[in-house]
Design a binder for this molecule. Structure first.
Ligand SMILES: Cc1ncc(COP(=O)(O)O)c(C=O)c1O
Length: 400
């Protein structure tokens, strides 16, 4: 991570083609655009790359989650299960459609704990959102099995794992739909941007209309504005410049993943020399995108010692137990129900009655895992000197 490391002539060429037409809007301007439809082409190529029937581009990974949840019909009165280790966007989108997020533990895959998922399903559950965190797959096949048994749709939050696979099948294609982020720090980036993939034509059509104010996109003689509409929507449209960059980045995605895997393998070898270390459990190491390298120490104190040592060597690693954006007990605004709505919505009803209370202690197994886990982001262009100094620091941590 991230794809901007290898911006080059390919991205410039794609952008220039858009600027030459002067059309930044993804729809209309038929004559002026001379056949250049970058967002539509990006959707087609991204769907084909993942092996999905349809793709819908949107403005961000957060918008992708929101649009997908709306198309799945999730709303007030519903519960959506996701994991307590994710970026805040996953549950922001759930709250934004009026549903209540329910959080599962994560296991040593750092993804959804499948046994805990089963215990969290109620008759109000309407959707399950596993997150393929830090570039590696959740136990998606087990999750799909459980969801099928309960007749629930699975929305895969694949924001951090574009290009990842399990058994050769792309992440995002196991569930009813999969969402992606192309924000500034993602493996493939368009600065801001997102995508939703699905094999369900009706779901795709609903997403396509919802992200564009409800325009039904049916050909009409009177140009834009003359189309019909089936329901109210919003504006989450991707623009042509993003589509152009996306096309160039997508063509490099396999290369980016390959480079990251090479770098990660070296970090992994070095970390494995530390007594008591275990590597993050991988569902399918072949399909890992290697965007991050995570390793678990024997306990919290050991993790602290190794973490301090790495920092002292100038190559500090991330401990997500302390990270305020990715781990449940650190989301003080969620726990306290802080919102701009004067009624307290979405944590309270419009009448001011509490809809949900989140206690910081509900995920003890996740906390026990996160407090002994260290993580390095893996770059595409990691300088040899940097890589060698991290490896050296890891190897010298063996003595601690
Ligand atoms: C797991 C996860 N979901 C959703 C998002 C939201 O993506 P965006 O930043 O494009 O809105 C992110 C972004 O970091 C993420 O990591």
């Amino acid at each position: 991570m991230p794809g901007f490391e290898i911006f080059g002539d390919e991205e410039k060429k794609e952008i220039a083609e858009v600027l030459e037409t002067g059309v930044l809007f993804r729809y209309e301007f038929g004559e002026q655009r001379k056949g250049v439809y970058k967002v539509a082409e990006f959707e087609k190529m991204f769907a084909a790359y993942c092996g999905a029937a349809h793709a819908q581009a949107v403005t961000s990974g957060t918008a992708a989650l929101k649009v997908a949840l709306m198309a799945l019909g999730v709303g007030p009165g519903d519960e959506v299960i996701t994991q307590g280790f994710t970026f805040v966007a996953t549950w922001e989108a759930i709250l934004d459609v009026g549903a209540i997020p329910v959080f599962t533990e994560v296991d040593e895959s750092l993804n959804m704990d499948v046994a805990d998922l089963v215990s969290k399903i109620t008759d109000r559950t309407r959707c399950i959102i596993p997150v393929h965190m830090l570039g590696s797959a959740a136990d998606i096949e087990s999750i799909i099995d459980i969801a099928c048994r309960h007749g629930l749709p699975v929305l895969e939050d694949t924001a951090q794992a574009a290009g990842g696979t399990v058994g050769g099948k792309h992440l995002g294609t196991f569930g009813k739909c999969g969402t992606f982020s192309f924000d500034a720090v993602k493996t493939m980036t368009t600065g801001e941007g997102g995508m939703i993939i699905t094999n369900d034509p009706k779901l795709w059509r609903q997403m396509s209309e919802y992200q564009d104010h409800g325009h039904d996109h049916v050909e009409n003689p009177g140009a834009r504005g003359g189309e019909g509409r089936n329901f109210i929507g919003f504006n989450y449209r991707m623009m042509e410049l993003q589509g152009a960059i996306g096309l160039a980045q997508l063509a490099k995605l396999d290369f980016m993943v390959k480079r990251q895997k090479e770098h990660k393998a070296r970090l992994q070898r070095a970390a494995s020399t530390i007594p008591g270390v275990t590597l993050r459990r991988q569902i399918d190491p072949e399909g890992d995108t290697a965007t991050f390298f995570a390793f678990l120490l024997s306990d919290k104190e050991h993790c602290q010692r190794v973490g301090d040592h790495l920092k002292a060597q100038g190559v500090g690693a991330i401990n997500f137990a302390e990270n305020t954006w990715h781990f449940y007990p650190q989301w003080e605004h969620l726990l306290s129900g802080a919102t701009l709505h004067s009624s307290g919505w979405p944590f309270k009803t419009p009448e001011g009655k509490r809809r949900v209370i989140y206690s910081p202690e509900i995920l003890p197994r996740s906390a026990a895992i996160m407090e002994r886990t260290l993580v390095y982001p893996v770059a595409i262009n990691m300088e040899e000197e940097k890589l060698a100094s991290i490896c050296q620091a890891l190897e010298s941590a063996a003595a601690l």
